[in-house]
Ligand binder design. Structure first.
Ligand code: NAP
Length: 307
């Protein structure tokens, strides 16, 4: 990395949710470019371990460049997106300790848990963690984004963002819980949300990205048929998944590239893998009426109205 690259984000503050495969790589890349990074997640020991790894990488980078300058580095903050009170407390701590936030990367996610899980408000787990928790988080931090001179929000969708039915009632009552439909619904909402945020609040450049297929822990939890089949496919064709570092590139591109534009969707060139480029936005995500409906439901479920 050149010296100018490693100071590209000096003075910028970024929040990254999730310290797993993709989230870790996004946080590391931002920290290496000089941003102060808040790594937000639900497990303190995993979060602190991720921050320590980032700190070691930064020290190594300084040693390689022969500099004794310190990067602002990374700090861990507790955030459980499944628990609205945790999201509220996280936002309150950030607001109390900072006067601006420049970038929020909504990366944390869960995929197809076997058992239906519901928040205290009755919201299905994947919808809550992947989408609604992020809606609440960004909404609560809008005053700090407004104080930035170039606010960015990036959400993370998936190639699996085409649910066979689009019914937001599935997210709440979770009738006939079908893990793959709930996952796809949550990931479609991540995309619709970025487009709608960008449309409603022009001071934020909001984009969405998907990582293609990446070798991370996302596929390890479930014993269900779809996930078991995916694991077999990955075993037989290991090359269809890229590294977490490569998978993080579209997410970083959406926020940092001078060529990226608000309201766009990015992903790997060859769908599963490859360098970042514009991805195809599904028709439902382009439907403003659906997006408005989703926004209203999100306001009702969280009680958070964006300023
Ligand atoms: N890997 C892929 O091929 C792929 C494909 C398409 C989309 N994606 C998307 O990429 C994103 C990152 O996934 P990944 O592949 O990096 O998977 P991962 O390694 O499993 O990371 C997921 C992260 O989300 C965190 N998380 C889960 N529940 C949470 C909660 N309630 N509150 C806060 N954080 C929570 C996990 O923390 P814990 O470790 O503590 O559970 C973990 O840090 C996800 O949004 C996923 O949907 C991934």
């Amino acid at each position: 990395m050149s010296r100018s690259e490693s100071s590209f984000l000096d003075g910028k503050t970024a929040i990254v949710t999730g310290y797993g495969g993709v989230g870790y790589e996004v946080a590391l890349a931002l920290a290496l470019r000089g941003a102060a990074v808040v790594v937000a997640g639900r497990d303190e020991s995993k979060g602190r371990a991720a921050v320590e790894r980032i700190e070691r990488e930064l020290e190594g980078e300084d040693a390689r460049q022969g500099l004794d300058r310190r990067f602002p580095g990374a700090a861990f903050e507790m955030l459980d997106l499944f628990d609205p009170s945790s999201t509220r407390d996280f936002a309150a701590r950030v607001i109390a300790s900072r006067d601006h936030v420049d970038m929020i990367f909504c990366v944390a996610g869960v995929m197809m848990p076997d058992e239906l899980g519901l928040t205290s408000a009755g919201v299905e787990r994947q919808f809550a963690v992947n989408y609604l928790g992020h809606y609440e988080l960004v909404g609560r931090l809008m005053p700090l984004l407004r104080a930035s001179d170039g606010a960015r929000v990036v959400t993370v969708s998936s190639i699996a963002n085409r649910p066979t039915r689009f019914d937001l009632a599935d997210a709440v009552a979770a009738r006939d819980y079908v893990p793959s439909i709930s996952y796809a619904l949550s990931k479609l909402c991540c995309l619709m949300y970025a487009l709608e945020l960008n449309r409603r609040f022009p001071f934020v450049r909001a984009c969405c990205a998907h990582p293609g297929l990446a070798r991370t822990n996302l596929f390890s939890g479930s014993k269900g048929f779809t996930m078991s089949l995916l694991r077999v496919i990955f075993f037989v064709f290991p090359f269809i998944r890229q590294s977490a570092r490569a998978a993080a590139r579209p997410v970083l591109y959406a926020a940092l590239s001078p060529d990226a534009v608000g309201g766009a969707y990015y992903g790997p060139m060859f769908a599963f893998a490859g360098p970042p480029r514009r991805a195809l936005t599904p028709l439902r995500a382009r439907n403003e009426r659906l997006r408005e409906r989703m926004w209203t439901v999100s306001e009702e479920l969280t009680g958070v109205k964006y300023e």
